[in-house]
Design a protein around this ligand. Structure first.
Ligand code: GDP
Ligand code: FE
Ligand code: FE
Length: 186
């Protein structure tokens, strides 16, 4: 699929700020894919589409979860958790992208999951460290990503979960499975 076609498709579904974030994720994901021997073209596609459902109607997304028999636990959560799994479904059905590596990277880009592939980690990390992200500690995560994808991924997951705990937000079970799988593989 042409880059411009994908850009046009996502642009109309999100505000300018999210579009700019997406371009940043794309550039970062392509760079990491080249560095860590994954397909830069697949990284481009996964990154461009990763937040396609971020602004979709929540009731509509829950209907998709029910109709498509996605994980029923999603029904108790909002757009932040729904947009990955529903985004993957949109990309598959509306854009005929059937590559499971791309779909899983989109599906799990927010929560992660246990035993992630290198490609999934690239999209997860790129989403967090892209140049437009501004949070305390992001510079360290960027530096780490240049040295070791594994270490950067571990640090990104730890950062996300620490943030959620410190701001007293509920943690989706799959995020915890992701964290636990990192601890156990040490
Ligand atoms: P974005 O879509 O580019 O903003 O980034 P993400 O898709 O990675 O994350 C969206 C939001 O979901 C962020 O604010 C994360 O902190 C949040 N998030 C990630 N995992 C969880 C979780 O397990 N529970 C909750 N409540 N929020 C989460
Ligand atoms: Fe997202
Ligand atoms: Fe994102």
């Amino acid at each position: 699929m042409e880059r411009q076609t994908m850009f046009a498709a996502i642009k109309e579904r999100m505000p300018e700020k999210r579009y700019i974030h997406t371009i940043g994720v794309m550039e970062t994901a392509i760079r990491l894919a080249n560095q860590y021997d994954e397909s830069p073209k697949k990284a481009e596609i996964a990154a461009i589409f990763h937040d396609i459902a971020k602004y979709a109607d929540v009731a509509w997304m829950k209907q998709v979860v029910t109709d498509q028999q996605l994980d029923a636990r999603l029904l108790d959560w909002d757009a932040e958790i729904l947009h990955g799994p529903v985004g993957a479904w949109i990309v598959e059905t509306e854009f005929q992208i059937n590559d499971e590596a791309i779909l899983n990277a989109i599906r799990y880009h927010t929560t992660g999951r246990a035993n992630m592939t290198t490609f999934e980690k690239i999209i997860y990390v790129a989403d967090m460290i892209e140049p437009n992200r501004k949070f305390l500690g992001v510079e360290e995560l960027r530096t780490l990503a240049d040295i070791s994808l594994e270490d950067a991924f571990r640090a990104c997951v730890t950062h996300t979960l620490s943030f959620l705990v410190s701001s007293q937000q509920a943690i989706y079970p799959v995020s915890i499975e992701c964290y636990n799988s990192l601890i156990r593989e040490e």
